[in-house]
Design a binder for this molecule. Structure first.
Ligand code: ASP
Length: 384
């Protein structure tokens, strides 16, 4: 079945998603149901004569980029306040770069988004990027997702694995609220749209744009709690930069992604992604967490091992019990960069290569939608 044929079903699902949650830096501070989630506006409509401007779909989800505090000096005590339309209206220069349509998916801190949201956002974007004259958004040349930075890398990597298009998908956030002195959100948003609108951004996988840097969604991780230069691809470096009004690229994304992916998000039920948990290795860890994950239905466990795959004796025993119960165990590292070697069978576990634990979890969740064979799952970790 084509994406187009499936579109009505996911559009109905989206209509049920009405969600508007106030948030602070440290969590959700209130939740209000909103009657209209699908309030797309074509801000570039008056530019319809100038059809050469690319059309960029903005999927707004919330985060600090959409937040406001009581004073410009307050950089941490804020709540989600602005809609995607507000963010675009604050940057008039966007109208020189692209025609934009805003889809307000949610307005929440990123930790309020769950795996079911990844599926729904990926379904929305897949539907939008399908060529269609009479689809919900018309022809879309690229997508920008505005997102809180705390869990941004998780949504970005999920999109990298599930959006089946060569068209650019860019995830953007900000470290300072929209009300701050030197707020970084407006320039980050403009740069994200520049990247999404530019032909040289095609076929690079999903990307993360903040602080004038373009990172691969596979590689980027949030590496600082407060600084605007927080996203880093440790040991690998940026794909490129936004210099002046355009992206400049220095390297490509080698691993399989987006249109080359074998994962079909259109057949997934949002609430039914397989449960995968993360077990952290530390001195004396005794495997209590592993046993609890298995008891609660985990089908996979990613281990944030010490170094390049090491676990404690107690944790190893619990992982062996999990493996014997049919749970897939994948070894990642808590170090922040570098590979966990493959080819060596450690209690039946697979290697997560250089993916950090939260990204290894996402790939294992998707892998488990198509296979439970450890050899096949190792192939998937070696491929994406
Ligand atoms: N609390 C924010 C979030 O939603 C942090 C941020 O956006 O920078 O992730």
């Amino acid at each position: 079945m084509s994406n187009r044929a499936r579109l009505p079903a996911f559009a109905v699902a989206l209509a049920a998603l009405a969600l508007s949650v106030g948030a602070s830096d440290d969590g959700i501070s209130g939740a209000v149901a909103s009657p209209c989630i699908s309030s797309a506006i074509a801000l570039g409509q008056e530019l319809q004569g100038e059809t050469r401007l690319p059309h960029v779909l903005i999927v707004a989800t919330g985060g600090t980029i959409a937040s406001r505090a009581g004073s410009p000096e307050n950089l941490s005590g804020y709540s989600v306040a602005d809609t995607g339309e507000d963010l675009v209206a604050a940057v008039p220069a966007i109208s020189d770069v692209a025609r934009v349509t805003v889809e307000q998916y949610s307005n929440v801190p990123s930790t309020a988004l769950a795996p079911a949201d990844w599926v729904r956002i990926a379904q929305l974007i897949n539907g939008a990027l399908e060529p269609q004259e009479e689809g919900p958004f018309g022809d879309v040349d690229g997508v920008v997702v505005t997102h809180g930075t705390d869990a941004l890398e998780e949504t970005a990597f999920f999109l990298n694995l599930t959006v089946r298009s060569e068209k650019p998908v860019v995830v953007v956030g900000a470290m300072r609220p929209a009300s701050a002195i030197s707020a970084d959100g407006p320039l980050n948003l403009l740069n994200a749209i520049r990247v999404a609108a530019h032909p040289s951004s095609r076929d690079r996988g999903a990307m993360v744009v903040l602080n004038q840097e373009i990172n691969a969604a596979r590689d980027a991780t949030k590496a600082n709690t407060r600084m605007v230069q927080t996203f880093a691809a440790r040991g690998l470096g940026v794909l490129g930069v936004v210099d002046g009004d355009r992206p400049v690229y220095y390297r490509g994304t080698e691993r399989r992604h987006t249109h080359g992916s074998e994962f079909d998000v259109l057949v997934l039920e949002p609430e039914n992604l397989p449960r995968v948990d993360i077990s952290y290795t530390y001195a004396g860890s005794d495997g209590t967490d592993v046993d609890a994950f298995v008891a609660n239905g985990a089908r996979g466990i990613v281990v944030a091992t010490a170094g390049a795959g090491a676990t404690t004796r107690g944790q190893s025993a619990a992982l062996r019990r999990a493996f014997e119960a049919g749970v897939i165990v994948a070894r990642s590292s808590r170090t922040g960069s570098g590979r966990v070697g493959s080819g060596r069978s450690r209690g039946g576990s697979v290697s997560a290569d250089d993916l950090n634990p939260q990204k290894a979890r996402i790939l294992l969740m998707l892998a488990l939608t198509i296979t439970e064979n450890p050899g096949e799952i190792q192939r998937i970790f070696n491929t994406y």
